[in-house]
Ligand binder design. Structure first.
Ligand code: C2G
Length: 710
């Protein structure tokens, strides 16, 4: 007879992930299971989802707690109700491969405890793995403490016999480290841990530690306090039990070295936590110290003797040592250290402004227009531009500095004002009196930051970092009320929203005339007798080489286009600034122009008769010109439904047709007057919604607000 496995799932507000979790359990190839779902007082719609499963599958049972009692309590409750021969835990935001259980059971033999593999999931594709139906590979892990220090009960089978024998239970007083109490008795006599390679558990790396943190994403000080609470409690209970005591002490020192010492870099944290940490250290047997290096031994000694001053000294030597070692190995780190320790202490220049656009790539966008206005009207200011290459041909007397060089840090440290259209480097710190004008770089179509469910992109820490960076912004520009509402929710922005239109769009009102257009076309060597189509698509979150470097494939039949409308039109190709791929347009000289490196897209808008885009914010700006727009959305379903999600109903609200093939583009271009008439009504509604704050005077209004008050 197959062994019955009780699966315990504790749930607290994870509705977003719960179906994927529970379905992965009910779909297990191993069928002899009982599923106990403990709903730990969720306030979202987790209960409804749980009910669907308990109704549909008789192996599912639920326990509903009316208030949140914590994961330790909830798991213990599950154990009490379990009738299986083995117990298995799953977290409700994770999921498992369909073979997770049968492989563990096959690997079990007469063992009382066996574990599988856990895989961190940063990208949806990571869960597409092939499991060989017939293989069960068992790995013997002899470094038992190394396994224990992960403190994981996930993807493991624990026999009921051993749970009863040692009365294994989780701590209930804390949120974190509740597993130590459960695992210590289990590990105390073990010299080997068995692990099955084909049993795979997927641990979701939660990407929103701000609104929806996982347990270990909580405040670092809380994590320390929780550990110490568990430690003190177990120490008191384990009197005389040498083996468990030893493991517990080893854990304290391990976490001290890997986590707590980093918290103690901050002197106020030392003041707040010293006594509690010292009291715990006092209980550690001195034998545990002997393998530590001199610095750590000094710290531990100061702690156990409750010598605050010597502890602070030891810690600062420790950190100084670590940082200098790192600094000597990296120029970047040394520069940052000089920024922090020396440049940040130089006086702040009340009349200095540093500008940056698209991470130093271009002289463009709203910072450019704000700068040019200020050069004219506020000449008493000192202007600095941050660029990747410092050879831009720009008006005025601005100093150009290389982004992230020592000179850059000097100016960032000493300028009162920062004006940028994107996020600033994470390690920049604001000083008292600093003013940050964040212009942002587009009206959003694609969902942003906290409005996105999942972030499958190059950087899994996106949400947390975005939150930290945006706390430094004092002013944020919204071009329309639609953006203003979105920025409040997507960025959690609650400082001053400037609602005057986009400085970068002023030019679309000031320079929309034939003189300007002729001048620009001549400058760019574009034949004056040809009309211009601008193709400006965005980037795809899941197609990248590395963060900031994205792939792009041109999905056009250029030859066909040239045949059909090459006499009348030329095409300007304009890739997004994240795209690293170079476009090959050999053979299309005189018809196709690559404008990807051109600084300011607004100048290209002005000379274009038709815009083709996809999901890029460019169409919001371009609509100020009231000229025709085609949406080349060949991958709409994937982009909208899997990658991002949109704020507007693209199929019904945008001011132009969605086209999916070269033929449809050709057809629309050849009949552009018909398209214009067809979309007139939609265009009017769209214009009112998006462009009504624009008047060609946004820059002036904004500069007066930001620079008047300070
Ligand atoms: N851009 C450009 N060329 C392109 C695409 C974009 O010059 N081919 C510029 C435009 O100024 C555009 C801005 O970069 O408005 C932002 O580009 P998006 O394609 O909209 O994408 P993203 O950088 O992700 O910003 O709120 C807006 C969003 O954050 C979008």
């Amino acid at each position: 007879m197959d062994k019955l496995v009780t699966i315990i799932v504790t749930v607290y507000n994870t509705a977003e992930f719960l179906e994927e979790c529970l379905t992965s359990i009910t779909n297990q190839v191993y069928k002899n299971i009982e599923i106990i779902i403990v709903n730990d007082g969720s306030t979202d719609n987790s209960s409804e989802i749980i009910e669907q499963y308990t109704t549909a599958d008789s192996r599912c049972h639920s326990i509903n707690l009316t208030e949140n009692k914590g994961v330790g309590f909830a798991r213990n409750l599950g154990i009490e109700q379990a009738s299986g021969d083995f117990v298995y835990f799953v977290d409700s935001d994770d999921f498992i491969n369909e073979h997770a259980l049968d492989k563990l059971v096959q690997g079990l033999g007469n063992k009382t405890y066996i574990m599988g593999r856990t895989k961190k999931l940063t990208n949806k594709e990571d869960s597409n793995i092939d499991i060989d139906e017939h293989e069960v590979t068992i790995r013997k892990r002899n470094k038992v403490f190394k396994v224990l220090q992960n403190l994981s009960v996930l993807n493991s089978l624990f026999s009921m016999e051993i749970i009863r024998k040692y009365n294994l239970r989780f701590s209930e007083e804390t949120d974190c480290y509740t597993e130590i109490a459960f695992l210590l008795p289990l590990y105390k006599n073990r010299s080997v841990i068995y692990q099955v390679k084909e049993s795979v558990y997927f641990r979701r790396l939660r990407n929103d530690p701000i609104t929806n943190p996982s347990l270990m994403q909580q405040d670092r000080e809380k994590i320390l306090k929780d550990f110490l609470t568990v430690y003190n409690q177990l120490k008191a209970e384990l009197k005389g039990n040498n083996k468990e005591q030893k493991l517990l002490d080893k854990l304290l020192i391990h976490f001290y070295r890997s986590k707590f010492i980093l918290i103690m870099r901050d002197a106020t944290q030392i003041d707040r936590n010293f006594e509690q940490l010292a009291t715990a250290m006092e209980k550690v047997s001195p034998a545990q110290y002997k393998n530590q290096n001199l610095l750590v031994r000094g710290e531990l000694k100061a702690l156990r003797n409750h010598k605050l001053k010597s502890y602070k000294r030891a810690v600062s030597i420790h950190h100084f040592g670590r940082e200098s070692k790192q600094n000597f190995t990296s120029k970047t780190k040394l520069t940052r250290q000089i920024y922090k320790d020396i440049l940040q202490k130089r006086p702040l220049n009340e009349k200095k402004i540093v500008f940056e656009s698209f991470l130093g790539k271009n002289y463009a966008d709203s910072p450019k227009y704000i700068y040019e206005y200020m050069v004219k009207h506020y000449p008493e200011y000192e202007f600095v531009w941050s660029f990747n290459e410092t050879n831009h041909d720009i008006p005025g007397n601005a100093k150009q500095v290389k982004r992230l060089s020592l000179a850059y840090y000097y100016h960032m440290a000493t300028a009162k004002y920062w004006v940028s259209n994107m996020r600033q480097p994470l390690h920049l710190q604001k000083r008292e009196g600093n003013v940050f004008l964040q212009t942002w770089h587009g009206t959003p179509l694609k969902k942003l930051v906290f409005d996105m469910d999942e972030v499958y992109s190059a950087n899994p820490k996106y949400k947390q970092q975005f939150y930290e960076q945006s706390r430094l912004w004092d002013y944020l520009i919204a071009a329309n009320s639609y953006s203003s509402d979105i920025f409040k929710s997507a960025f959690k922005f609650d400082k001053v929203m400037l609602e005057d239109g986009y400085p970068r769009n002023d030019t679309l009102y000031i320079n929309n005339n034939s003189d300007y257009i002729t001048k620009m076309k001549t400058k760019l060597n574009i034949p004056l007798d040809k009309k211009v189509i601008l193709y400006a698509p965005t980037w795809r979150d899941d197609e990248f080489y590395e963060p900031g470097k994205y792939k792009f494939n041109l999905k056009f039949d250029l030859q066909k286009m040239q045949e059909k409308f090459g006499e009348e039109y030329v095409i300007l190709l304009r890739m997004h600034y994240f795209i690293a791929d170079d476009l090959n347009i050999n053979g299309y000289e005189g018809f196709v122009y690559n404008m990807s490196k051109y600084d300011d897209i607004a100048e290209l808008y002005l000379i274009s008769d038709i815009l083709i885009t996809d999901y890029s914010s460019v169409f919001f700006d371009y609509s100020n010109l009231r000229r025709p727009i085609l949406f080349y959305t060949y991958d709409l379903e994937k982009y909208r439904d899997q990658l991002r999600g949109f704020y507007i109903d693209i199929e019904n609200e945008v001011p132009g047709p969605l086209v999916k093939t070269t033929d449809e583009i050709i057809d629309a271009v050849l009949n552009i007057d018909k398209v214009t008439i067809e979309y007139k009504e939609k265009y009017d509604v769209f214009y009112d919604k998006i462009c009504s704050w624009e008047s060609g005077k946004a820059t002036e209004k904004i500069v007066k607000k930001v620079f008047k008050n300070h």
